[in-house]
Design a protein around this ligand. Structure first.
Ligand code: PAF
Length: 283
């Protein structure tokens, strides 16, 4: 396992792999690794000659009042976990290494970023695309891996790869859940014991919404059922629960085949997201 801290070190590592005609599987992360990340890393290793992970808490995707400073950081732990699943290198740059120039060019994420998480986190997806595009240029991966838990992020990155012609395949892996259904997330560690007990109701509400949608073909009824469940079983504050087409993230209609039901709920001060897919079931 190699830990690469500079762009020069990363470029040397990539050049050697390209020289040897090796395929590169890439897992971008912000660290605080959990089983979801490790599932991505295992797939990257299994499907490519070498696997590399980035660990970088990207400041440009956090809003001014978000948890950038508090975001959990433990590189030694992350490197040990990445090593345990066969990752060959970890790229862990400083903020100054990634963003040495102020006021540089930004990517505008477009319509898909104006809704769901984008509505309450303005500029978030512009920051995600900024760092992901930089990482794609630096790592030149054959295939890059993302978790379906961040369904909106996945949809927007798919659009960037398509529109900017990145010669990169995307591997999208299913959500990894705790035994009680809570989607694994680095932010789960912020939850108190009482909040942790409430958190699985987000997934329960999404399952209920899926059942209502399949039975009634009524998106509003599905959202209403999920809202009622969350309000009855948690003290959380709903940011959104929405039924949308996927991956374009538009209103569903009779022609929609792939439906995303997505939710963001504040449990205490922790904002948790989750989603569920309904194929051919929405309408
Ligand atoms: O999903 C994440 O952890 C981040 O948004 C990503 C893709 C690593 C970019 O910082």
């Amino acid at each position: 396992m190699q830990v690469l801290e500079t762009i020069a070190q990363l470029r040397n590592w990539v050049a050697a792999k390209k020289e040897a005609a090796q395929t590169i599987g890439f897992v971008p992360t912000m660290g605080a690794l959990h089983d979801g990340h490790l599932t991505l890393a295992k797939a990257a290793k299994a499907e490519n000659d070498v696997a590399i992970m980035s660990v970088f808490v990207n400041p440009t995707q956090f809003g001014p009042h978000e948890d950038f400073d508090a975001y959990p950081r433990d590189l030694a732990r992350d490197v040990a976990l990445a090593t345990s699943v066969g990752v060959d290198a970890v790229f862990a740059p400083s903020v100054a290494e990634m963003y040495p120039h102020d006021g540089g060019i930004r990517i505008h994420a477009g319509r898909q970023a104006t809704i769901l998480c984008g509505a309450s986190r303005p500029g978030h997806f512009d920051g995600v695309l900024q760092v992901v595009s930089k990482l794609f240029h630096l790592v030149e991966p054959t295939k890059a891996y993302f978790g379906q838990k961040d369904a909106q992020q996945v949809a927007i990155i798919q659009t960037m790869v398509r529109d900017f012609n990145f010669p990169i395949e995307l591997g999208i892996m299913p959500i990894v859940r705790e035994e009680d259904g809570l989607a694994k997330s680095s932010r789960n560690m912020y939850l108190t014991e009482a909040e942790r007990a409430q958190a699985p109701h987000i997934y329960a509400a999404l399952q209920l919404a899926r059942d209502v949608l399949q039975n009634t073909h009524d998106a509003a009824a599905a959202v209403s059922a999920a809202r009622t469940h969350i309000e009855a079983h948690t003290s959380g504050r709903i940011d959104y629960i929405e039924v949308l087409s996927y991956p374009d993230l538009a209103a569903v209609d009779a022609t929609t085949t792939d439906v995303l039901i997505a939710a963001a709920v504040y449990i205490g001060s922790t904002r948790l997201i989750d989603n569920i897919f309904v194929s051919n079931g929405g309408q």
